[in-house]
Design a protein around this ligand. Structure first.
Ligand code: AGP
Length: 582
């Protein structure tokens, strides 16, 4: 999951590209790289194993430039080093490339190129691209056509799924496969990047490249020309009017994770006529006995699990499949509604199998990202409308997804949700204020604990999974979430004196599990609408939306643990916001 950005413009200020590169750090922050080029001057390249610092951004913004390409990296092939940061270039420094994805046969290509005398500077798969372009390029004087024909020959050597931008002199070529590239145009400028929202905020019109499509664009003294190709046949794309989204980069909180936890007060933005229509459609389809598959990854998988339990209350069975396992089911799922939950809409584990599944099933995407790949795959969409989620740790998108399940549940019950939603909104600030002190105590007691367990039964089981994921991904404390009833089938062996266990929900059976844990020395943190003397720490949660209020407690606990350990919850080690590689 890397970020790609490029600009061709008569405007000589590269600030749009530089600020865009900062924005794309959510897609990968192992390293950054950017190339600036003013026609007639030498290229300027800056790359480092860090974020693009404000100092370096300011320094680079003083250069004049007509053509830029940039990249934020989440390492797949080759360690986190400056040499492995993009862009990569050919030996003659004519071809520069930034890429997102994986070239599966790069080692064979690299070996062949080395045998031809090519010297490599990095361990990456990407670096074979500029050398291949250099190897096959034939200069006939028509730079756009020459670059296009060269790319056709280069593709013959490559295996894998990737998107990239190659720059040669005053020309760029962009190719898209799986990993997103959106193109924006405005007066005398073409701007492209991995994030369609960013493109729309910086362009009058935009177009999202489809798999296999190529853009070639060049700038001369007089104008900028751009041509689009599919299977190397030129076509005219249908540009859409850009929709500006709020630039919520202003963050008055210490971290985006904290800001986004508090953003959860606003679930009401999901209640749009389009979303309600889609929920009614889903309700009717389920009432008519349509087969249902729920699929997602990570936190979104936990939200899918919540939907599974909500539907069970109505006697509706759904198959729930992890995104990374979905490819095993492509031959056995048909005539179903496949509900796909994905905050980014770009999770590769979902995109690959759904490219096949969408032919024989109805795709129903629940996402926070309009115009994302999974949104464009869908027959029906529910947009979470919860604003850009920056922190790698997903919080508000999760609650929004859970709220969609509640909307579906209320629709199936024929109940109105407004009163409960109003209660939630009115209670939100008071509730958080009341639980912070308890969470401070729990954090101080357990921030150095080697392990932490989360248990919940039935509809609270997914929240135990989610609570453990939040804690481990931002604090690096080993955490495990599971169904309370599973304790005695093995995990109870890990409960010894002082081991913290978070207990969710209020049924008698979970209290029994809590007592079993207590008997063996575990320390209990109860998060429930029903108090019980068995708990050592207790956070009382309203009965209305008990699961969402409970999740907020777990999110705040994870955030506090990360802060106590001096960690940045927005950019945890080894992770990135959107997993666009399998
Ligand atoms: C959640 O905190 C993680 N960042 C991760 O599990 C995430 O939920 C998962 O990668 C799925 O992402 P998606 O919702 O964008 O598909």
């Amino acid at each position: 999951m890397c970020g790609i950005i490029a600009r061709i413009s008569k405007d000589l200020s590269p600030i749009k590209t530089l600020k865009g590169l900062k924005f794309l750090e959510y897609r990968g922050y192992d390293s950054y790289g950017v190339l600036l080029h003013k026609l007639g001057s030498d290229e300027v390249v800056s790359k480092n194993i860090s974020e693009l610092s404000e100092f370096e951004l300011d320094r680079l913004s003083k250069f004049e430039s007509n053509v830029e390409i940039g990249h934020t990296r989440w390492a797949t092939h080759g360690g986190v080093t400056k040499e492995n940061a993009h862009p990569h270039w050919s030996c003659d420094k004519k071809f520069y490339v930034v890429m997102n994805g994986i070239i599966e046969n790069y080692l064979d290509i690299k070996s062949d190129l080395k045998n031809c005398g090519v010297e490599f500077n990095s361990e990456t798969d990407t670096e074979v691209l500029p050398h291949l372009f250099s190897k096959y390029f034939k200069d006939t004087g028509n730079v756009e056509n020459d670059l296009l024909l060269t790319s056709k020959r280069v593709f013959e050597d490559l295996k894998g799924e990737f998107s990239f931008v190659v720059k040669y002199e005053n020309c760029i070529l962009a190719y898209k496969n799986i990993n997103p590239i959106a193109i924006g145009v405005c007066d005398d400028e073409l701007f492209l990047c991995s994030d369609s929202g960013l493109v729309q905020n910086n362009s009058d019109k935009f177009y999202v490249l489809n798999d296999g499509e190529v853009l070639v664009s060049s700038i001369s003294e007089n104008n900028i020309s751009s041509h689009f190709y599919c299977d190397f046949k030129e076509f005219s794309p249908e540009f859409k009017e850009s929709v500006k989204s709020e630039c919520d980069d202003e963050n008055s909180f210490p971290t985006y994770m904290e800001k986004e936890i508090y953003d959860q007060k606003n679930l009401r933005s999901i209640i749009t006529s389009e979303n309600l229509s889609s929920i009614k459609y889903l309700k009717n389809a389920l009432r008519n006995g349509r087969k249902l598959v729920l699929t997602a990854a990570g936190t979104s998988y936990h939200a899918a699990y919540v939907m599974h339990y909500e539907l069970l209350k109505h006697g509706i069975m759904s198959s729930i499949i992890l995104a990374s396992e979905l490819q095993n089911y492509t031959k056995v799922i048909s005539d179903s509604i496949i509900v796909v939950l994905s905050q980014s809409g770009e999770t590769a584990d979902l995109i690959y199998p759904l490219r096949e599944l969408r032919d024989s099933n109805e795709i129903f995407t629940i996402t926070n990202t309009a115009n994302s790949t999974l949104a464009r795959f869908a027959n029906r969409i529910i947009l979470l409308n919860c604003g850009r989620e920056v922190s790698v740790a997903s919080t508000k998108a999760f609650s929004a997804q859970v709220f969609v399940s509640h909307l579906l549940n209320y629709e199936l019950c024929g109940k109105e949700i407004n009163d409960d939603l109003t209660f939630y909104e009115n209670e939100f600030d008071r509730f958080i204020g009341n639980c912070l002190n308890i969470l401070d105590d729990v954090c101080e007691k357990f921030y150095s604990a080697p392990d932490c367990f989360f248990i919940g039964r039935n509809e609270f089981h997914p929240f135990a999974l989610e609570g453990s994921l939040k804690l481990k991904e931002v604090s690096y404390i080993h955490a495990e979430g599971f169904a309370g009833g599973e304790l005695k089938h093995g995990t109870l062996a890990l409960i010894t004196d002082g081991v913290p266990v978070v207990v969710l929900g209020n049924c008698d059976e979970i209290v029994s599990n809590a007592i079993e844990i207590k008997t063996r020395g575990g320390v209990l943190i109860g998060v429930s609408s029903v108090e019980n003397e068995v708990y050592d720490y207790f956070v009382k949660v309203p009965e209305v939306f008990e699961d969402i209020f409970g999740t907020i407690v777990l999110q705040l606990l994870a955030l506090k643990m990360a802060e106590r350990l001096g960690l940045n919850p927005d950019k945890p080690r080894n992770l990135a916001k959107s997993v666009t590689v399998k």
